[in-house]
Ligand binder design. Structure first.
Ligand code: UD1
Length: 419
C-alpha cells in the first residue's frame, strides 16, 4: 500500500492553483446521461472518486476518456444494467445517478450504497423525493428497482436541505414534462454549478443557490463543453495547512464567496488573508489562535468537509477550541490518530474540545476517510519530526497530486509506493 512520508515543522511558501471541484464534477458527470450527445468536461480532476463514477458510467454503456485534463463523456446508448454494490460501495454519492438515469430511461436499478466511515449515509430523502415524482421504488435484496414509467413533475418538499437529494431531483426533473419544484433545496455552490451545466445542455433550471429550485423539463438536452467550479474544500485545506505551519502562500483558481465561511474562521485563528477576485494570499506565523466555537452546517455556514482540517490546525493553537459537528454523527474518528501525535482532544457525541499544545510530534498515522486523511497531513506538516501517513487511497479520492502541490510549497513530503 502507498504511504506519505512527511518531515514536518516547515512553513509553506509559494503559489499553486486549486483543482476543479470533485463535488461539482461528480454530479455533472452523472448528468451527462441526460443527453445522447458528447460532453466535454474541462479540467476534470484526476481523482479516485471520479474514476469510480466513470466506472459506473461505463457499466451503463457510456464512453468516457481523458484527453489531457479534458474528459469527454458520451452516453449515446444506455444499458439498464444493475449498478451493483461493488460499484456503489466505492462511491457512496453514486446514488444521485438515479435521477439522471430515470429522467432519460424511466427505469433504474442500483444497489443501496450502505453506510460509511463518517456515519450512516441514509438515502430516505432521495427515495421520498423521487417517489413524489411518481417513481415506484422497490428494494429487491438491496437493489433499488426504480420504475419511472408514470413519472411526472411535482412540488417536492425536502425535510432537510440535502445536497445529493437536491442534485438527484434536479436531474430527475430535467427531461420531465412540466415544472418540478424543489422546496428547501440545498444552496451549496455545487448546486448552482449543476444547474449551470444542465442549462448549458439546453435545460431550464432556475433558483439554484436559493431554497426553491425550479426545473422546467425539456424534451431533449444537447452536448456542450463545460468547466466546473474550483474546489472550495481543497482551497480551504491548503489554507488551513498554512495557518497550521505558518508561511506565505497564494492560491489561484478560487471563488472568494465560496470560501468566505472558511476564510472568516481562518482570520479568527490569526491568519491574514488578501482575497482578490480569483486568488487568495495567506500569511500566518506562530501558533494559531484558538476558535472559541466552530459549528458545521449547510452552506453558507462552515462546511463539515473542513471540520477535520480545522481540528488538526487547532490542535497546536494557543488555547482551547470547541468544534460542533452538526451534519454527520461520527466524523471525529481521525482524532484518535491526532492523539498519537500528542494532540489533546476530547470527543463526546458531536462535540470535540481541543486543547492546543505547543507542538505535535511526528507519528505513524492511518487515514480512514478523505477529509480525516487531509487532517492528518496538515498535522504532520505542522509537527516536529517524521510522520508516515497510511491509507493514502482515501486522500486520493479527493485531492489531486497532493504531495506535488505541497512539495511545490516547500513541504518535505513524498509518496512511497507498494513495498
Ligand atoms: C455532499 C458532499 C459531501 C458533504 C455533504 C454535506 C458530494 C459528492 N458530497 O454529500 O462531501 O460532506 O454534501 O455538505 O457532493 N441525509 C439524510 N437522508 C438523505 C440524505 C442525506 O438523512 O436521504 C442526511 C445525511 O445523513 C447528513 C445530511 O443529510 O447528515 C447531509 O447530507 P447531504 O447534504 O445529502 O450530503 P451528501 O449529498 O451525501
Amino acid at each position: 500500500m502507498q504511504k506519505l512520508i512527511i518531515d514536518g515543522g516547515k512553513p509553506l511558501y509559494g503559489e499553486i492553483g486549486v483543482q476543479t471541484a470533485k463535488n461539482a464534477a461528480l454530479p455533472i458527470i452523472a448528468a451527462c446521461i441526460l443527453t445522447d450527445e458528447p460532453i466535454i468536461i474541462e479540467k476534470c480532476p484526476r481523482l479516485k472518486d471520479i474514476d469510480a463514477m466513470l466506472d459506473i458510467m461505463r457499466h451503463l454503456g457510456c464512453t468516457a476518456q481523458f484527453d489531457g485534463d479534458n474528459l469527454t463523456v458520451c452516453c449515446k446508448d444506455i444499458s439498464l444494467n444493475v449498478i451493483n454494490s461493488d460499484l456503489t460501495g466505492k462511491l457512496r454519492s453514486s446514488i444521485f445517478i438515479m435521477g439522471s438515469i430515470l429522467s432519460r430511461c424511466r427505469r433504474a436499478y442500483i444497489s443501496h450504497p450502505g453506510g460509511c466511515e463518517i456515519g450512516l449515509r441514509p438515502i430516505d430523502l432521495h427515495i421520498s423525493g423521487l417517489k413524489s415524482l411518481a417513481v415506484d421504488i422497490a428494494d429487491d435484496c438491496g437493489v433499488l428497482c426504480c420504475d419511472g414509467s408514470n413519472m411526472k413533475s411535482a412540488v417536492v418538499n425536502l425535510d432537510f436541505a440535502s445536497v445529493g437529494a437536491t442534485e438527484n431531483l434536479m436531474m430527475a426533473g430535467a427531461l420531465l414534462d412540466g415544472e418540478t419544484v424543489i422546496v428547501n433545496a440545498a444552496r451549496e455552490p455545487e448546486i448552482v454549478d449543476l444547474a449551470d451545466f444542465i442549462n448549458a445542455m439546453g435545460g431550464r433550471v432556475s433558483g439554484a443557490g436559493e431554497s426553491v429550485v425550479r426545473i422546467n423539463g425539456v424534451k431533449k438536452l444537447h452536448g456542450c463543453t463545460y468547466r466546473p467550479m474550483p474546489d472550495r474544500i481543497t482551497a480551504g485545506t491548503y489554507l488551513a495547512a498554512v495557518t497550521a505551519t505558518g508561511g506565505n502562500v497564494t492560491l489561484n483558481n478560487i471563488v472568494p464567496e465560496h470560501i468566505f465561511g472558511i476564510t472568516e474562521r481562518l482570520k479568527k485563528a490569526g491568519a491574514r488573508l488578501n482575497v482578490k477576485h480569483d486568488s487568495v494570499r495567506i500569511f500566518a506565523e506562530g501558533r494559531p489562535r484558538p476558535i472559541h466555537k466552530l459549528e458545521t452546517n449547510v452552506y453558507p455556514a462552515f462546511p463539515t468537509d473542513m471540520q477535520p482540517q480545522f481540528c488538526a490546525m487547532l490542535a497546536c493553537a494557543l488555547g482551547s477550541s470547541v468544534i460542533v459537528e452538526n451534519l454527520f454523527e461520527s466524523r471525529f474518528g481521525y482524532t484518535a490518530e491526532l492523539a498519537k501525535m500528542g494532540a489533546v482532544i476530547t470527543v463526546k457525541d458531536r462535540v470535540a474540545v481541543i486543547r492546543g499544545v505547543p507542538k505535535l510530534r511526528g507519528a505513524a498515522l492511518k487515514a480512514s476517510d478523505l477529509r480525516g486523511g487531509a487532517a492528518l497531513v496538515i498535522a504532520a506538516l505542522a509537527a516536529e519530526g517524521r510522520s508516515v501517513v497510511y491509507g493514502v487511497e482515501h486522500i486520493d479520492r479527493g485531492y489531486e497530486y497532493i504531495e506535488e502541490q505541497l512539495a511545490a510549497l516547500g513541504a518535505s513530503i513524498r509518496r512511497v509506493g507498494d513495498e
